[in-house]
Design a protein around this ligand. Structure first.
Ligand code: IVH
Length: 676
């Protein structure tokens, strides 16, 4: 039994490692070790639910979705910043504030990155994160506590830190801080790639994605988004002292375990602050987040506060904006790229234009719905943005600049890579090319064909697939079967053994079942299970290829969308050609008559089964065929060697014997599960 103090220790330990991983980027234990600690904590909490407090590392996600956000009044106004466009503008700001207060003459300045994210306010009581809010109108924000809890770099409990002099830094009883939550550019791109491959809508930019993710009512969704934060301000403190200079605040927040920018610098000389600011204009793409400038702050916060405000902008700081990376140019044409999964993605062909030092001629248009929603027409003047390393994208048309000759765009009906008809599936925004031989998708198709759940051809990784395609040896999956030994030996990295192993793995795949072949073809919506059912209903591939949507829909669980997708796939002449080639090379298995023959695998290899009683759906023969098709053996009597007794209703004496011998007893449903 765990003691409470052990539990508290474990919590501290996990907070510590969380901090090392998410804030310091330097973990001292492996992910597996971390998971072990977290699992142990979960186990203790399951035993002692009364011990759980809001700061437990297990409490990051999982609260019920809210139906709306409550309002939170900020303890002090959450201010904005005035902008300066260029060095002269910044110098003019300095002159203005000097005139208001001559102490500015001797002021120091802190330069920080201006992170393009979402301003959030975090409340800590006795060091525990108790509330988090959006900026809102600066007075009142929205309570997004649950969502903010899912951001791993936000400490749920301020870790006790020692200062350099080894005295413990005190934390005010009530501390409210402000920071910028954001999605790192790389994570944003990875997320968009995933969405695109799944045929879902992609996001426009990291800022919108971060904002959208934080305003999700379901915090589980927020938790799945790779968000992080950098903090820079103390909004309010009660019951404890906090520093009064910006530089010390950054150091203080860092010492408390908060993530703080590591490129902030303090200057005595304003010109040096400007030079440092400008140096980041060129290097802005080196940062992991998007930035639209730097913030120059008067270091002495008492002086800064006394300077007062202009509207919502404090006089004591200025946002030095980098030149916008948005320009207008002409949209000369719309092209379409075909991705690895067959998704068609439109892109803008632009009149070449410089954006922030880079010549841009192409920009993404996300998807066809986006073009329609924004009413983007060919010939339009369009606003294009290039931010960070993100692919430039078209923000929208400049409608006022239209001359009347702009042309509305119609999405293609044929794949630009192979000329075949394209398809759209209900519930998805993307349009697809579903031609298995489309050169744009060939790598992925072959990868899928040889994968474990399909033909299971070992030794054919993506590198080799690419090699085979590049060398022109393989133009579709059927070509794999006619590969010659000397052709492979001529390729880089192929030695005798590797070649022979690959060739025999390919030839061995001819013994795979029809179900696997159907799954391997990569028909949209047809996975392993559906392929198994199809192979049962259509023991001949020819029969399946001639089936109608109505016939297909007789199969349980096969709806009109998949039926249509199957019919379309077989209707394509390129796919018919592929089937002919497969037949010619001998890759032409027959399906099973019983419900199961076609789903062969070896999962039951070496296992012995006995069946007794009446099973819910299987006849005795079905059950036998099912087990055998998965590599298992069926015998009549129970012995010590029996691995499983499959039990139905009204069993005979076999049941008693199995119990006596301690044989494992399962039902039909479990049998099916085991086979998966
Ligand atoms: S200071 C009085 N520092 O930029 C304090 N703001 O354009 C005012 N921002 O609303 C804010 N990084 O959301 C400050 N290092 C930084 C910042 C920063 C990003 C945002 C913030 C603010 C907006 C003003």
């Amino acid at each position: 039994m765990a003691t409470k103090s052990y539990y508290e220790e474990l919590k501290e330990k996990i907070h510590f490692h969380n901090h090392r991983y998410h804030v310091m980027d330097s973990p001292v234990i492996s992910d597996a070790e971390f998971d072990k600690l977290l699992n142990e904590l979960k186990r203790i909490e399951a035993e002692h639910p009364d011990w759980i407090t809001a700061d437990s590392p297990t409490r990051r996600a999982g609260a019920k979705p809210a139906d709306r956000f409550d309002k939170v009044r900020h303890p002090a106004p959450i201010l904005s910043l005035a902008n300066a466009f260029g060095a002269d503008d910044a110098r003019a700001w300095l002159e203005r504030v000097k005139r208001i207060d001559d102490r500015v003459e001797k002021a120091k300045f802190v330069v920080e990155p201006k992170i393009d994210g979402l301003s959030v306010v975090l409340h800590y009581r006795d060091g525990v994160f108790v509330q988090g809010a959006t900026r809102g109108d600066g007075e009142v924000g929205e309570d997004i506590t649950q969502n903010l809890r899912t951001i791993r770099s936000i400490p749920l409990k301020i870790p006790v830190q020692k200062s350099k002099q080894s005295s413990v830094i005190s934390v005010p009883k009530y501390l409210v801080i402000r920071g910028e939550a954001f999605m790192p550019v790389k994570e944003f791109e990875a997320l968009n790639r995933k969405l695109e491959e799944a045929g879902e809508k992609t996001y426009q930019n990291p800022r919108n994605t971060a904002a959208g993710s934080l305003r999700q009512l379901d915090s589980e969704l927020t938790a799945s988004r790779p968000l992080t934060i950098l903090v820079y301000q103390i909004v309010h403190a009660e019951g404890g002292k906090v520093p009064t200079s910006q530089w010390e605040i950054l150091e203080y927040l860092k010492a408390l375990g908060f993530p703080v920018t590591d490129i902030a610098k303090r200057f005595d000389d304003f010109e040096k602050a400007i030079a440092y600011t400008e140096s980041w204009e060129k290097k802005r793409d080196d940062l992991s987040y998007e930035t639209d400038g730097m913030v120059i702050k008067i270091d002495d916060l008492t002086l800064a506060a006394e300077l007062g405000f202009v509207g919502k902008d404090p006089r004591g700081a200025i946002a030095f904006k980098f030149p916008a990376r948005e320009v207008t140019t002409t949209l000369n044409d719309i092209g379409v790229a075909v991705g690895r999964t067959g998704v068609l993605t439109p892109y803008a062909v632009l009149e070449a234009v410089e954006i922030g030092g880079v010549i841009v001629e192409r920009a993404t248009l996300h998807n066809f719905d986006y073009i329609a929603e924004k009413d983007i027409r060919i010939g339009d003047r369009v606003l294009v943005k290039r931010a960070g390393e993100v692919i430039p994208y078209v923000i929208g048309p400049v409608v006022d600049a239209r001359k009347g000759k702009e042309k509305k765009y119609k999405p293609p009906t044929k794949c630009p890579a192979c000329g075949q008809d394209v398809e759209h599936f209900e519930g998805e925004v993307a349009w697809y090319c579903v031609n298995a031989a489309c050169p744009a998708q060939l790598v992925r198709n072959i990868e899928h064909y040889v994968s474990r759940g399909a033909m299971d051809i070992e030794g054919l990784g993506i590198k080799i697939v690419e090699q085979l395609i590049e060398s022109g040896l393989v133009k579709d999956v059927a070509d794999l079967y006619t590969l010659k030994r000397d052709q492979l030996l001529a390729l880089e990295g192929f030695k005798d053994k590797k070649t022979d192993n690959l060739l025999s793995a390919i030839q061995n795949s001819k013994t795979q079942s029809l179900a696997r072949l159907i799954a391997a073809l990569g028909i949209h919506g047809v996975g392993e299970v559906m392929a198994g059912d199809l192979a049962v209903t259509f023991p001949e591939l020819e029969a399946l290829s001639k089936s109608s949507a109505e016939e297909l829909q007789q199969i349980e669980g096969l709806g009109p969308n998949i039926a249509e997708s199957i019919v379309d796939w077989f209707a394509r002449s390129s796919n018919q050609k592929l089937l002919k080639k497969l037949k010619a090379v001998g890759m032409w298995p027959k399906g099973g008559k019983s419900k199961v023959e076609s789903r062969a695998s070896d999962v039951f290899g070496g296992l012995t089964f006995v069946v007794t009683g009446t099973l819910p759906t299987f006849s005795r023969d079905d059950a036998k065929a099912f087990i055998e098709s998965h590599g298992g053996k069926v015998t009549d009597s129970v012995s010590k060697k029996t691995s499983y007794l499959v039990l139905g209703e009204n069993p005979g004496s076999k049941f008693d014997k199995a119990k006596a011998l301690g044989v494992r007893i399962i039902g039909e449903a479990e049998l099916k599960k085991l086979a998966k």
